[in-house]
Ligand binder design. Structure first.
Ligand code: ATP
Ligand code: MG
Length: 188
């Protein structure tokens, strides 16, 4: 334990930098968006501001929007409604995605935002609705101290390459497959 403490203390001493981070929360398991909203709560705890863009949203009555969306230090934007499987119109989906990215670009230029969450962004890149190179360039050009969390399954390689922290959440078990519907406070 003494040796372990020395190793941990040395690692902490080496990590003395501050930086605006890009975090990628991906994988098939539950916990990507809820982790991102946990970081919004942490940010607000310091009296700092956050912006959230939800790119795919089939319901408007989630706990995160009810609570965080009403906070004075949070900008909350829902810019997509379901996409493909609801609209069945690729051109309309592309237009929606591009309007949504314009909203995100506004947040990525706003240095007063300590944290920006781009929730479910990966789907728009995977479907080819947004140009991954453009998105990565806009992320790279953000204010130096701004943190960004991107969520969604199947993160494209260019995002993984520029991210500082990548967590892939594994789907070991999910109650939905045992017939349990989405539970308020847990799933929505
Ligand atoms: P959460 O918002 O709960 O953190 P998530 O962002 O990791 O979930 P999404 O793919 O965005 O996952 O799906 C959101 C909804 O789908 C939530 O209600 C979540 O519980 C549910 N869900 C997530 N992963 C799975 C899974 N592997 N099987 C079934 N349902 C899932
Ligand atoms: Mg999610």
């Amino acid at each position: 334990m003494t040796r372990k403490k020395a190793v941990v203390d040395a690692a902490i001493a080496r990590a003395g930098q501050d930086k605006g981070l890009l975090l990628m929360l991906t994988g098939n398991g539950k916990g990507k968006s809820s982790s991102a909203f946990g970081m919004v709560a942490r940010t607000l705890g310091y009296g700092l501001k956050a912006g959230v863009v939800q790119f795919i949203k089939s319901r408007r009555d989630t706990g995160e929007e009810k609570f965080l969306g009403g906070q004075p230090d949070v900008q909350w934007h829902v810019v997509g409604d379901g996409f493909t499987w609801e609209t069945q119109n690729r051109d309309a989906d592309i237009a929606t995605a591009q309007r949504g990215w314009a909203v995100a670009q506004g947040l990525l230029r706003d240095a007063s935002l300590h944290l920006v969450v781009l929730d479910e962004l990966t789907y728009l890149l995977n479907y080819g609705y947004l140009d991954a190179q453009q998105v990565c360039a806009d992320l790279a050009a953000r204010p130096a101290m701004q943190h960004v969390v991107v969520t969604g399954r199947a993160a494209p390689q260019c995002l993984l390459d520029i991210a500082d922290t990548v967590s892939e959440i594994q789907d070991t078990k999910h109650a939905f497959r045992a017939g349990v519907r989405a539970q308020p406070g847990i799933d929505l």
